[in-house]
Design a binder for this molecule. Structure first.
Ligand code: C2O
Ligand code: CU
Ligand code: CU
Length: 491
Protein backbone atom coordinates (compact mmCIF):
# COMPACT_ATOMS: atom_id res chain seq x y z
CA UNK A 1 0.00 0.00 0.00
CA UNK A 2 0.92 3.66 0.18
CA UNK A 3 3.28 4.63 2.97
CA UNK A 4 4.30 8.12 4.07
CA UNK A 5 8.06 8.28 4.36
CA UNK A 6 10.14 10.79 6.24
CA UNK A 7 13.55 9.14 6.33
CA UNK A 8 16.91 10.81 6.79
CA UNK A 9 18.35 13.56 4.62
CA UNK A 10 15.23 15.58 4.21
CA UNK A 11 13.44 13.38 1.74
CA UNK A 12 9.71 13.42 2.35
CA UNK A 13 7.25 11.76 0.08
CA UNK A 14 4.77 9.08 -0.73
CA UNK A 15 6.09 5.71 -1.75
CA UNK A 16 4.36 2.71 -3.12
CA UNK A 17 5.49 -0.30 -1.14
CA UNK A 18 4.64 -3.68 -2.55
CA UNK A 19 4.32 -6.43 -0.05
CA UNK A 20 7.62 -8.21 -0.57
CA UNK A 21 7.67 -11.17 1.73
CA UNK A 22 10.68 -12.52 -0.10
CA UNK A 23 10.69 -16.12 -1.24
CA UNK A 24 13.14 -17.60 1.25
CA UNK A 25 11.98 -21.12 2.08
CA UNK A 26 9.10 -21.12 -0.43
CA UNK A 27 10.77 -22.73 -3.41
CA UNK A 28 11.09 -26.36 -4.40
CA UNK A 29 13.98 -25.85 -6.87
CA UNK A 30 12.27 -28.17 -9.31
CA UNK A 31 13.76 -26.82 -12.54
CA UNK A 32 17.23 -27.59 -13.87
CA UNK A 33 19.08 -24.32 -14.50
CA UNK A 34 18.94 -23.37 -18.18
CA UNK A 35 22.37 -22.59 -19.60
CA UNK A 36 22.27 -19.98 -22.38
CA UNK A 37 23.66 -21.75 -25.48
CA UNK A 38 26.98 -20.58 -26.91
CA UNK A 39 26.28 -18.92 -30.24
CA UNK A 40 28.34 -20.36 -33.12
CA UNK A 41 29.70 -17.66 -35.40
CA UNK A 42 30.39 -18.09 -39.10
CA UNK A 43 33.47 -16.59 -40.75
CA UNK A 44 32.51 -13.93 -43.27
CA UNK A 45 34.32 -12.91 -46.46
CA UNK A 46 36.27 -10.26 -44.52
CA UNK A 47 37.53 -12.95 -42.14
CA UNK A 48 35.36 -11.71 -39.29
CA UNK A 49 33.59 -13.96 -36.83
CA UNK A 50 29.99 -13.21 -37.63
CA UNK A 51 27.22 -13.76 -35.07
CA UNK A 52 23.51 -13.61 -35.78
CA UNK A 53 20.97 -12.40 -33.25
CA UNK A 54 17.29 -12.33 -34.06
CA UNK A 55 15.11 -10.43 -31.60
CA UNK A 56 11.53 -11.60 -31.42
CA UNK A 57 8.37 -12.12 -29.39
CA UNK A 58 7.37 -15.45 -27.85
CA UNK A 59 5.97 -17.10 -24.73
CA UNK A 60 7.89 -18.48 -21.76
CA UNK A 61 6.64 -20.79 -19.03
CA UNK A 62 8.23 -19.31 -15.89
CA UNK A 63 5.55 -20.58 -13.52
CA UNK A 64 4.28 -24.11 -14.09
CA UNK A 65 1.17 -24.14 -16.28
CA UNK A 66 1.25 -20.44 -17.21
CA UNK A 67 2.33 -18.69 -20.37
CA UNK A 68 4.13 -15.39 -20.10
CA UNK A 69 4.55 -13.21 -23.19
CA UNK A 70 8.26 -12.43 -23.42
CA UNK A 71 10.93 -11.15 -25.79
CA UNK A 72 14.22 -12.84 -26.53
CA UNK A 73 17.14 -13.18 -28.90
CA UNK A 74 17.18 -16.44 -30.92
CA UNK A 75 14.68 -17.84 -28.43
CA UNK A 76 11.72 -16.95 -26.24
CA UNK A 77 13.56 -15.29 -23.34
CA UNK A 78 17.09 -13.85 -22.97
CA UNK A 79 19.63 -14.68 -25.67
CA UNK A 80 22.61 -16.92 -26.42
CA UNK A 81 26.11 -16.31 -25.07
CA UNK A 82 28.48 -14.74 -27.56
CA UNK A 83 32.13 -15.54 -27.03
CA UNK A 84 35.25 -14.16 -28.73
CA UNK A 85 38.97 -13.82 -28.08
CA UNK A 86 41.06 -10.71 -27.67
CA UNK A 87 42.40 -9.69 -31.07
CA UNK A 88 39.55 -11.29 -33.01
CA UNK A 89 37.50 -9.27 -35.47
CA UNK A 90 33.80 -9.79 -34.87
CA UNK A 91 30.54 -8.68 -36.47
CA UNK A 92 26.94 -9.17 -35.40
CA UNK A 93 23.82 -9.15 -37.54
CA UNK A 94 21.09 -7.97 -35.21
CA UNK A 95 17.71 -8.49 -36.82
CA UNK A 96 14.78 -6.78 -35.12
CA UNK A 97 11.62 -8.86 -35.39
CA UNK A 98 10.05 -7.12 -32.39
CA UNK A 99 6.96 -4.94 -32.84
CA UNK A 100 8.96 -1.83 -31.86
CA UNK A 101 12.28 -0.27 -32.67
CA UNK A 102 15.04 -1.03 -30.20
CA UNK A 103 18.85 -1.11 -29.91
CA UNK A 104 21.40 -3.66 -28.71
CA UNK A 105 24.19 -2.26 -26.55
CA UNK A 106 27.39 -4.17 -25.72
CA UNK A 107 27.70 -3.36 -22.03
CA UNK A 108 31.35 -3.17 -20.98
CA UNK A 109 32.75 -3.68 -24.46
CA UNK A 110 35.61 -1.45 -25.56
CA UNK A 111 34.50 -0.47 -29.04
CA UNK A 112 33.97 2.60 -31.22
CA UNK A 113 30.93 4.65 -30.23
CA UNK A 114 29.16 4.10 -33.54
CA UNK A 115 29.12 0.33 -32.78
CA UNK A 116 28.09 0.74 -29.12
CA UNK A 117 24.35 0.21 -29.60
CA UNK A 118 23.29 3.13 -27.43
CA UNK A 119 20.27 5.37 -28.07
CA UNK A 120 21.87 6.72 -31.27
CA UNK A 121 21.86 3.28 -32.94
CA UNK A 122 18.13 2.47 -33.29
CA UNK A 123 17.20 -0.70 -35.18
CA UNK A 124 13.87 -0.19 -36.95
CA UNK A 125 11.15 -2.83 -37.03
CA UNK A 126 12.25 -5.50 -39.50
CA UNK A 127 15.69 -3.94 -39.92
CA UNK A 128 19.11 -5.53 -39.37
CA UNK A 129 21.93 -3.62 -37.68
CA UNK A 130 25.47 -4.78 -38.46
CA UNK A 131 28.08 -3.53 -36.02
CA UNK A 132 31.66 -4.84 -36.28
CA UNK A 133 34.76 -4.29 -34.20
CA UNK A 134 38.00 -5.82 -32.99
CA UNK A 135 37.99 -7.32 -29.50
CA UNK A 136 40.63 -5.34 -27.65
CA UNK A 137 40.37 -5.81 -23.91
CA UNK A 138 41.24 -8.40 -21.26
CA UNK A 139 39.11 -11.49 -20.63
CA UNK A 140 35.82 -10.48 -18.98
CA UNK A 141 32.14 -11.27 -18.59
CA UNK A 142 30.25 -8.62 -20.56
CA UNK A 143 26.61 -8.50 -21.60
CA UNK A 144 24.22 -7.08 -24.16
CA UNK A 145 20.80 -5.49 -23.81
CA UNK A 146 18.56 -2.87 -25.48
CA UNK A 147 19.25 0.81 -24.83
CA UNK A 148 16.61 2.82 -26.69
CA UNK A 149 16.05 6.12 -24.88
CA UNK A 150 13.10 6.04 -22.46
CA UNK A 151 12.15 2.39 -23.04
CA UNK A 152 15.24 0.49 -21.92
CA UNK A 153 13.48 -0.73 -18.75
CA UNK A 154 10.60 -2.25 -20.78
CA UNK A 155 12.81 -3.88 -23.38
CA UNK A 156 15.23 -5.44 -20.88
CA UNK A 157 12.40 -6.54 -18.59
CA UNK A 158 10.59 -8.32 -21.41
CA UNK A 159 13.74 -10.38 -21.88
CA UNK A 160 16.25 -9.07 -24.38
CA UNK A 161 19.64 -9.63 -22.72
CA UNK A 162 22.55 -12.06 -22.90
CA UNK A 163 26.22 -12.53 -22.12
CA UNK A 164 29.27 -11.71 -24.21
CA UNK A 165 32.34 -13.47 -22.82
CA UNK A 166 35.76 -12.19 -23.84
CA UNK A 167 38.70 -14.62 -23.62
CA UNK A 168 42.42 -13.93 -23.76
CA UNK A 169 45.62 -16.04 -23.58
CA UNK A 170 46.59 -14.79 -20.10
CA UNK A 171 43.28 -15.88 -18.61
CA UNK A 172 43.43 -19.17 -20.57
CA UNK A 173 46.81 -19.95 -19.01
CA UNK A 174 45.43 -19.73 -15.46
CA UNK A 175 44.14 -22.93 -13.80
CA UNK A 176 40.57 -21.62 -13.44
CA UNK A 177 37.40 -23.65 -14.02
CA UNK A 178 36.53 -23.10 -17.69
CA UNK A 179 34.11 -25.74 -18.93
CA UNK A 180 31.08 -23.68 -19.90
CA UNK A 181 27.90 -24.90 -18.25
CA UNK A 182 29.80 -27.55 -16.24
CA UNK A 183 32.22 -25.79 -13.89
CA UNK A 184 32.06 -22.31 -15.48
CA UNK A 185 28.44 -21.35 -15.11
CA UNK A 186 26.70 -18.11 -16.05
CA UNK A 187 24.03 -16.88 -13.61
CA UNK A 188 21.93 -14.08 -15.10
CA UNK A 189 19.85 -13.06 -12.10
CA UNK A 190 16.62 -11.05 -12.40
CA UNK A 191 13.44 -10.44 -10.46
CA UNK A 192 9.97 -10.53 -12.02
CA UNK A 193 6.44 -9.64 -11.09
CA UNK A 194 4.15 -12.17 -12.74
CA UNK A 195 0.38 -11.85 -12.49
CA UNK A 196 -1.86 -14.88 -11.91
CA UNK A 197 -2.74 -14.98 -15.61
CA UNK A 198 0.97 -15.31 -16.41
CA UNK A 199 1.50 -11.83 -17.84
CA UNK A 200 4.38 -9.68 -16.67
CA UNK A 201 3.17 -7.00 -14.30
CA UNK A 202 4.84 -3.84 -15.55
CA UNK A 203 2.48 -1.44 -13.82
CA UNK A 204 5.16 0.26 -11.77
CA UNK A 205 8.03 -0.20 -14.18
CA UNK A 206 8.70 3.50 -14.43
CA UNK A 207 7.34 4.60 -11.04
CA UNK A 208 3.74 5.32 -11.90
CA UNK A 209 4.80 8.42 -10.01
CA UNK A 210 5.26 6.51 -6.78
CA UNK A 211 7.85 3.76 -6.69
CA UNK A 212 11.31 5.12 -6.22
CA UNK A 213 13.82 2.65 -7.58
CA UNK A 214 11.62 1.20 -10.30
CA UNK A 215 10.15 -2.24 -10.58
CA UNK A 216 11.01 -4.80 -7.89
CA UNK A 217 9.59 -8.29 -8.42
CA UNK A 218 9.05 -11.12 -5.96
CA UNK A 219 9.94 -13.96 -8.37
CA UNK A 220 13.64 -14.56 -8.94
CA UNK A 221 14.67 -16.06 -12.28
CA UNK A 222 18.18 -17.25 -13.17
CA UNK A 223 19.01 -17.57 -16.88
CA UNK A 224 15.24 -17.30 -17.31
CA UNK A 225 14.68 -20.33 -15.05
CA UNK A 226 12.23 -19.91 -12.18
CA UNK A 227 12.78 -22.09 -9.09
CA UNK A 228 16.16 -23.47 -10.34
CA UNK A 229 18.74 -26.00 -9.22
CA UNK A 230 22.17 -26.86 -10.57
CA UNK A 231 23.93 -30.23 -10.30
CA UNK A 232 27.56 -29.81 -9.29
CA UNK A 233 30.06 -32.37 -10.64
CA UNK A 234 33.40 -30.72 -9.81
CA UNK A 235 35.08 -29.58 -6.59
CA UNK A 236 35.28 -25.98 -7.76
CA UNK A 237 32.63 -24.13 -9.71
CA UNK A 238 33.10 -20.68 -11.20
CA UNK A 239 29.91 -18.62 -11.26
CA UNK A 240 29.66 -15.66 -13.60
CA UNK A 241 27.10 -13.54 -11.77
CA UNK A 242 25.26 -10.82 -13.64
CA UNK A 243 22.65 -8.61 -12.03
CA UNK A 244 20.34 -8.11 -15.04
CA UNK A 245 17.45 -6.80 -12.93
CA UNK A 246 15.83 -3.44 -13.60
CA UNK A 247 16.17 -2.11 -10.07
CA UNK A 248 16.83 -4.80 -7.48
CA UNK A 249 20.17 -4.86 -5.73
CA UNK A 250 21.26 -8.41 -4.98
CA UNK A 251 23.31 -9.25 -1.91
CA UNK A 252 24.57 -12.73 -2.76
CA UNK A 253 25.81 -15.30 -0.28
CA UNK A 254 25.29 -18.96 0.59
CA UNK A 255 22.74 -20.14 3.14
CA UNK A 256 25.51 -21.83 5.15
CA UNK A 257 27.70 -18.70 4.96
CA UNK A 258 30.41 -20.64 3.18
CA UNK A 259 33.32 -18.64 1.89
CA UNK A 260 33.73 -18.15 -1.85
CA UNK A 261 36.47 -16.47 -3.83
CA UNK A 262 36.04 -13.37 -5.96
CA UNK A 263 38.23 -13.69 -9.07
CA UNK A 264 36.86 -11.04 -11.44
CA UNK A 265 34.71 -7.94 -11.54
CA UNK A 266 33.00 -6.16 -14.46
CA UNK A 267 36.00 -5.55 -16.70
CA UNK A 268 38.06 -8.63 -15.96
CA UNK A 269 40.19 -10.65 -13.56
CA UNK A 270 41.24 -9.29 -10.19
CA UNK A 271 44.81 -8.85 -9.08
CA UNK A 272 44.56 -11.64 -6.49
CA UNK A 273 41.71 -13.98 -5.53
CA UNK A 274 39.72 -12.57 -2.67
CA UNK A 275 37.82 -14.65 -0.10
CA UNK A 276 34.35 -13.32 0.75
CA UNK A 277 31.05 -14.43 2.25
CA UNK A 278 28.74 -11.87 0.65
CA UNK A 279 28.83 -9.79 -2.48
CA UNK A 280 26.44 -7.02 -3.40
CA UNK A 281 25.73 -6.38 -7.09
CA UNK A 282 23.58 -3.52 -8.36
CA UNK A 283 21.93 -3.66 -11.80
CA UNK A 284 24.48 -4.12 -14.59
CA UNK A 285 27.35 -5.24 -12.34
CA UNK A 286 29.10 -8.60 -12.75
CA UNK A 287 31.30 -10.69 -10.48
CA UNK A 288 33.01 -14.00 -11.10
CA UNK A 289 33.27 -16.13 -7.99
CA UNK A 290 34.67 -19.61 -7.40
CA UNK A 291 32.89 -21.85 -4.91
CA UNK A 292 34.19 -25.07 -3.35
CA UNK A 293 31.76 -27.96 -2.94
CA UNK A 294 32.07 -31.18 -0.97
CA UNK A 295 30.53 -34.44 -2.21
CA UNK A 296 26.82 -34.52 -1.46
CA UNK A 297 26.59 -30.79 -0.66
CA UNK A 298 23.14 -29.26 -0.86
CA UNK A 299 23.27 -25.51 -0.46
CA UNK A 300 21.23 -22.51 -1.55
CA UNK A 301 22.65 -19.34 -3.04
CA UNK A 302 20.58 -16.53 -1.59
CA UNK A 303 20.16 -12.83 -1.87
CA UNK A 304 20.26 -11.53 1.69
CA UNK A 305 18.60 -8.28 2.75
CA UNK A 306 20.66 -5.57 1.15
CA UNK A 307 22.38 -3.06 3.40
CA UNK A 308 20.17 -0.16 4.45
CA UNK A 309 19.31 2.09 1.58
CA UNK A 310 19.54 -0.48 -1.19
CA UNK A 311 16.17 -1.70 -2.48
CA UNK A 312 15.05 1.40 -0.69
CA UNK A 313 11.44 0.88 0.14
CA UNK A 314 12.01 -2.74 0.98
CA UNK A 315 15.00 -2.53 3.25
CA UNK A 316 13.63 0.41 5.13
CA UNK A 317 9.93 -0.09 5.25
CA UNK A 318 9.09 -3.68 4.53
CA UNK A 319 11.13 -4.93 7.47
CA UNK A 320 13.36 -7.66 6.14
CA UNK A 321 11.20 -8.79 3.23
CA UNK A 322 14.17 -8.47 0.98
CA UNK A 323 15.46 -12.03 1.38
CA UNK A 324 15.28 -14.39 -1.58
CA UNK A 325 16.44 -17.88 -2.47
CA UNK A 326 18.20 -17.69 -5.83
CA UNK A 327 19.29 -21.23 -6.77
CA UNK A 328 20.02 -24.55 -5.07
CA UNK A 329 23.30 -26.39 -5.71
CA UNK A 330 23.26 -30.18 -5.42
CA UNK A 331 26.70 -31.79 -5.49
CA UNK A 332 27.23 -35.37 -6.71
CA UNK A 333 28.52 -38.03 -4.31
CA UNK A 334 31.86 -38.00 -6.11
CA UNK A 335 33.28 -34.78 -7.52
CA UNK A 336 35.91 -34.36 -10.21
CA UNK A 337 39.04 -32.82 -8.72
CA UNK A 338 39.71 -29.17 -9.64
CA UNK A 339 43.10 -27.44 -9.77
CA UNK A 340 43.85 -25.12 -6.85
CA UNK A 341 43.24 -21.43 -7.57
CA UNK A 342 46.36 -19.48 -8.55
CA UNK A 343 47.83 -17.01 -6.07
CA UNK A 344 47.74 -14.16 -8.60
CA UNK A 345 45.30 -13.49 -11.42
CA UNK A 346 47.22 -10.94 -13.41
CA UNK A 347 45.40 -7.60 -13.15
CA UNK A 348 47.73 -4.61 -12.73
CA UNK A 349 48.21 -3.68 -9.06
CA UNK A 350 47.24 -0.02 -9.17
CA UNK A 351 44.75 2.35 -10.77
CA UNK A 352 46.17 4.61 -13.50
CA UNK A 353 46.64 8.21 -12.37
CA UNK A 354 43.96 10.59 -13.60
CA UNK A 355 45.02 13.93 -15.05
CA UNK A 356 43.31 17.20 -15.93
CA UNK A 357 40.37 18.82 -14.20
CA UNK A 358 38.02 16.37 -12.51
CA UNK A 359 34.45 16.01 -13.76
CA UNK A 360 31.87 16.43 -11.03
CA UNK A 361 28.50 14.73 -11.44
CA UNK A 362 25.83 15.33 -8.86
CA UNK A 363 22.91 12.93 -8.91
CA UNK A 364 19.43 14.40 -8.53
CA UNK A 365 15.86 13.29 -9.06
CA UNK A 366 16.71 11.47 -12.26
CA UNK A 367 19.18 14.12 -13.33
CA UNK A 368 22.93 14.70 -13.41
CA UNK A 369 23.92 18.24 -12.43
CA UNK A 370 20.25 19.22 -12.63
CA UNK A 371 19.76 18.16 -16.25
CA UNK A 372 17.90 15.27 -17.80
CA UNK A 373 19.20 13.40 -20.81
CA UNK A 374 19.18 15.32 -24.09
CA UNK A 375 20.17 13.41 -27.21
CA UNK A 376 21.35 16.73 -28.72
CA UNK A 377 23.53 17.83 -25.79
CA UNK A 378 27.11 16.77 -25.04
CA UNK A 379 27.89 16.79 -21.35
CA UNK A 380 31.60 16.11 -21.61
CA UNK A 381 34.42 15.99 -24.12
CA UNK A 382 37.32 13.73 -23.19
CA UNK A 383 40.68 13.32 -24.87
CA UNK A 384 41.52 10.13 -26.67
CA UNK A 385 42.86 7.44 -24.27
CA UNK A 386 42.92 9.84 -21.34
CA UNK A 387 42.35 8.97 -17.69
CA UNK A 388 40.06 11.39 -15.87
CA UNK A 389 38.89 11.69 -12.31
CA UNK A 390 35.09 11.60 -12.17
CA UNK A 391 33.51 12.54 -8.86
CA UNK A 392 30.08 10.96 -8.43
CA UNK A 393 27.93 12.56 -5.74
CA UNK A 394 24.72 11.06 -4.42
CA UNK A 395 23.30 13.48 -1.86
CA UNK A 396 19.94 11.80 -2.06
CA UNK A 397 18.28 9.41 0.35
CA UNK A 398 17.78 6.89 -2.45
CA UNK A 399 20.25 4.50 -4.05
CA UNK A 400 21.70 4.95 -7.52
CA UNK A 401 24.47 3.36 -9.46
CA UNK A 402 26.80 4.60 -12.16
CA UNK A 403 27.84 3.11 -15.48
CA UNK A 404 30.08 4.52 -18.22
CA UNK A 405 30.22 3.32 -21.81
CA UNK A 406 33.43 3.24 -23.82
CA UNK A 407 35.59 3.08 -20.71
CA UNK A 408 36.51 1.10 -17.62
CA UNK A 409 37.31 2.56 -14.24
CA UNK A 410 38.89 2.03 -10.84
CA UNK A 411 37.19 3.25 -7.68
CA UNK A 412 39.69 5.61 -6.03
CA UNK A 413 37.75 6.32 -2.85
CA UNK A 414 34.27 6.30 -1.31
CA UNK A 415 33.60 9.15 1.13
CA UNK A 416 37.35 9.64 1.32
CA UNK A 417 38.05 6.04 2.33
CA UNK A 418 39.80 3.47 0.14
CA UNK A 419 37.27 1.14 -1.53
CA UNK A 420 36.54 -2.26 0.04
CA UNK A 421 38.41 -5.22 -1.48
CA UNK A 422 35.65 -6.28 -3.85
CA UNK A 423 35.60 -2.81 -5.44
CA UNK A 424 39.35 -2.73 -6.13
CA UNK A 425 39.08 -4.45 -9.51
CA UNK A 426 38.46 -2.88 -12.90
CA UNK A 427 34.80 -1.98 -13.31
CA UNK A 428 32.28 -0.31 -15.58
CA UNK A 429 29.30 -0.10 -13.19
CA UNK A 430 29.24 0.64 -9.47
CA UNK A 431 26.67 1.05 -6.70
CA UNK A 432 26.39 4.58 -5.33
CA UNK A 433 24.83 4.41 -1.87
CA UNK A 434 22.49 7.13 -0.59
CA UNK A 435 24.41 10.13 0.77
CA UNK A 436 27.80 9.08 -0.53
CA UNK A 437 30.47 10.42 -2.85
CA UNK A 438 32.94 8.40 -4.83
CA UNK A 439 35.91 9.22 -7.01
CA UNK A 440 36.62 7.12 -10.07
CA UNK A 441 39.70 6.98 -12.30
CA UNK A 442 38.04 6.49 -15.68
CA UNK A 443 40.23 5.17 -18.53
CA UNK A 444 38.80 6.15 -21.92
CA UNK A 445 39.18 4.55 -25.33
CA UNK A 446 40.86 5.99 -28.41
CA UNK A 447 38.74 8.62 -30.12
CA UNK A 448 35.93 7.57 -32.44
CA UNK A 449 33.29 9.27 -34.58
CA UNK A 450 32.07 12.28 -32.51
CA UNK A 451 28.67 12.00 -34.24
CA UNK A 452 27.99 9.08 -31.92
CA UNK A 453 28.36 9.98 -28.26
CA UNK A 454 28.94 7.44 -25.50
CA UNK A 455 26.58 7.37 -22.52
CA UNK A 456 27.03 7.54 -18.78
CA UNK A 457 24.00 6.82 -16.62
CA UNK A 458 22.37 5.33 -13.58
CA UNK A 459 21.74 1.64 -14.39
CA UNK A 460 18.55 1.51 -12.31
CA UNK A 461 16.65 1.36 -15.57
CA UNK A 462 13.67 3.46 -14.47
CA UNK A 463 16.09 6.22 -13.47
CA UNK A 464 17.93 5.95 -16.78
CA UNK A 465 14.65 6.10 -18.71
CA UNK A 466 13.53 9.10 -16.65
CA UNK A 467 16.58 10.98 -17.96
CA UNK A 468 19.37 10.15 -15.53
CA UNK A 469 21.85 9.85 -18.37
CA UNK A 470 24.41 12.04 -20.11
CA UNK A 471 26.60 11.92 -23.19
CA UNK A 472 30.28 12.36 -23.94
CA UNK A 473 32.56 12.06 -26.91
CA UNK A 474 36.15 10.91 -26.99
CA UNK A 475 38.18 13.03 -29.42
CA UNK A 476 41.76 13.45 -30.56
CA UNK A 477 43.75 16.24 -28.86
CA UNK A 478 43.52 18.28 -32.07
CA UNK A 479 39.73 18.08 -32.20
CA UNK A 480 39.21 18.64 -28.53
CA UNK A 481 39.24 22.43 -28.53
CA UNK A 482 36.97 22.52 -31.58
CA UNK A 483 34.38 20.23 -30.06
CA UNK A 484 34.56 22.14 -26.76
CA UNK A 485 33.77 25.31 -28.60
CA UNK A 486 30.86 23.66 -30.40
CA UNK A 487 29.49 22.38 -27.09
CA UNK A 488 29.69 25.82 -25.46
CA UNK A 489 28.04 27.48 -28.46
CA UNK A 490 25.28 24.90 -28.42
CA UNK A 491 24.56 25.50 -24.75
CU1 C2O B 1 24.09 -1.74 -19.51
CU2 C2O B 1 24.27 2.04 -20.91
O1 C2O B 1 24.16 0.12 -20.22
CU1 CU C 1 26.86 -0.02 -21.12
CU1 CU D 1 19.45 6.08 -10.05
Amino acid sequence: GIVLVTPAAGFVGWLWVDSDRGNAGNLSFRNALKIPPLLDPTVDSDGRKRFRLELGEAYTEFLPGTRTATWGANGPYLGPTLRARRGQRVAVDVRNRLPEQTTVHWHGMHLPAEMDGGPHNPIGVGATWQPYWTINQPAATLWYHPHLHEVTAQHVYRGVAGLFIVDDPDADALPLPKRYGVDDVPLIVQDKKIKDDGTLDTSRMNFGGLAITGLLGDKIVVNGTYDPHFRVTTELVRLRLLNAANARIFHFGFADDREFTLIASDSGLSQVPQPMERIMLSPGERAEIVVRFRPGDDVILKSFPAPLGANFAYARLAGGGDEHDVIRFLAADALRPSAALPAALGAPPAAPRPSGEPFRLEMGDFTFNGQTMDMQRLDRVVASESVERWEIINNQAIPHNFHVHGASFHVLDIDGEPPPGHLRGVKDTVYVAPNSTMNLAVSFLPHSDPEFPYMFHCHLLAHEDAGMMGQFVTVSEADRALVRQAVTTHQ
